[in-house]
Design a protein around this ligand. Structure first.
Ligand code: ASP
Length: 343
C-alpha cells in the first residue's frame, strides 16, 4: 500500500448503485461489491481503492443529519490512513449533504469528493462510470507531495465544484448540478484542468482536522411568494423552539413592505429567532438596502445570507447552532465565509 495513493470510497446509496426491482419496476439500492463488479475499469486506476458502505444504502431522499454524522465519522476514523475520500451519494440531496460535511470537517486538508449519477451503473448509457472514475482521479491528485484539493467538492458531468456552492438544477440532464456563484474548481476534458486560484488554500497553522458532530435541526425554510398570508407566516415564525429561519426572499433580498409582514418578522426576531435573508434565485446575491423593499429588513438587522445557497444556509445554521454559538455572535459568524460558501 506504500507509494500509491490510498482512496476510500464511501457508498451511501443513490441511483449510482441501484437496480430495478423486476416486480415493481422501482429502483432500489444494491450492495457495494456489486457496484465495483460493474466497473472493472477501477482496477486500472493507479491507486489503492477500498470501499466502505452504509449497512443499508439509502435513496438520498431519506437523508438526514444522523447520516451526515455517520459519513463524518467514517472520514474521521480513516483520515490518517487515506489520502482522499470519494462519497457516493444520491443526487437528490447531495448538495445538502456535501454542504453539511464541508462545515462539519473543520481544517480539512484532504479531498472529500461527492459524486453520484443520473443513471444506474449497470445501464448502457450510464453517467456513473465517468463520474466515479474521474472523482477518484481527482481525489488522488497530488502535487509536491500534497493533495491538490483540500476541501469538500462535488463532481458531476465533467466538473468539480465547491460542494457548498452547488444546487441540483435538473432531474433529467446528466448535467444535474450548477454552481452559479462560484466557478468550477476542476474541469475534465482530455486533461484535468485545475483552476488553482479557485481552490481553498491550506491554512498556515491549524489544529488539524476537527470533526463537528452536533447538528441542531431546529431550523426551517420559508420561501416567499405573492399571496403568502399572515397565518402561514405567523405559524412558521412561531414553531415552538425554532432557532433559525432561512427566509427565501425575492431577487436581491427583497420582501413585501406590508406592515403586518414586517411586524411579524420583528416580533419573532425580538423573541430571539435568527432570520437569515437568502435569495430564492439560484444565482446572485442578497444586497439589503439596494431596493426600498429590502430597506426595512436591513434596519431590522436580518442576517445577510449574501450569495449563499439555501442548501449551504440551512446546513450552516444547523452547524452553528450545534456549536452553541452565543446568540449575539450568530449574525457575525453566519455572515463570515467559513468554508468558502459565500463572499
Ligand atoms: N433518488 C435518487 C437519490 O437521490 C436520485 C439519484 O441518485 O440521482 O438517491
Amino acid at each position: 500500500m506504500k507509494n500509491k495513493t490510498n482512496i476510500l470510497l464511501i457508498y451511501t446509496g443513490g441511483t449510482i448503485g441501484m437496480v430495478k426491482d423486476y416486480k415493481t419496476g422501482a429502483l432500489k439500492a444494491f450492495d457495494f461489491d456489486e457496484l465495483v463488479k460493474n466497473i472493472p475499469e477501477l482496477k486500472q486506476l493507479d491507486c489503492n481503492l477500498k470501499g466502505v458502505s452504509f449497512e443499508d444504502p439509502i435513496d438520498s431522499s431519506n437523508m438526514n443529519p444522523s447520516y451526515w454524522i455517520k459519513i463524518a465519522s467514517m472520514i474521521e476514523e480513516n483520515y490518517q490512513n487515506y489520502d482522499g475520500f470519494v462519497v457516493l451519494h444520491g443526487s437528490d440531496t447531495m448538495s445538502y449533504s456535501a454542504s453539511a460535511l464541508s462545515f462539519m470537517l473543520e481544517n480539512l486538508e484532504k479531498p472529500v469528493i461527492f459524486t453520484g449519477s443520473q443513471l444506474p451503473i449497470g445501464d448502457l448509457r450510464t453517467d456513473a462510470k465517468e463520474n466515479l472514475i474521474t472523482s477518484i482521479e481527482i481525489a488522488a491528485l497530488r502535487e509536491n507531495g500534497e493533495p491538490v484539493v483540500k476541501e469538500v467538492g462535488l463532481y458531476f458531468e465533467y466538473k468539480l465544484y465547491r460542494a457548498n456552492r452547488t444546487t441540483k438544477i435538473n432531474a433529467e440532464h446528466f448535467e444535474a448540478f450548477a454552481s452559479l456563484n462560484y466557478p468550477p474548481l476542476i474541469e475534465s476534458g482530455v486533461h484535468l484542468k485545475v483552476h488553482y486560484n479557485y481552490l481553498l488554500k491550506k491554512k498556515s497553522k491549524t489544529k488539524g482536522l476537527q470533526v463537528h458532530k452536533t447538528l441542531d435541526d431546529r431550523v426551517a425554510i420559508l420561501t416567499l411568494f405573492p399571496g403568502l398570508n399572515k397565518n402561514v407566516l405567523r405559524s412558521t415564525l412561531n414553531i415552538p423552539d425554532l432557532k433559525a429561519l432561512i427566509l427565501e426572499t425575492y431577487g436581491a433580498g427583497n420582501a413585501p413592505m406590508d406592515d403586518w409582514f414586517l411586524n411579524e418578522l420583528k416580533i419573532a426576531k425580538e423573541k430571539g429567532l435568527h432570520i437569515i435573508n437568502v435569495t430564492q434565485c439560484s444565482g446572485g446575491s442578497v444586497f439589503m438596502g439596494h431596493y426600498e423593499t429590502s430597506e426595512k429588513l436591513k434596519e431590522m438587522q436580518l442576517v445577510n445570507g449574501k450569495d449563499i445557497t439555501t442548501e449551504a444556509a440551512v446546513t450552516k445554521a444547523m452547524y452553528l447552532l450545534g456549536t452553541r454559538v452565543a446568540d449575539k455572535l450568530f449574525k457575525t459568524i453566519f455572515e463570515t465565509s467559513l468554508r468558502g460558501e459565500m463572499v
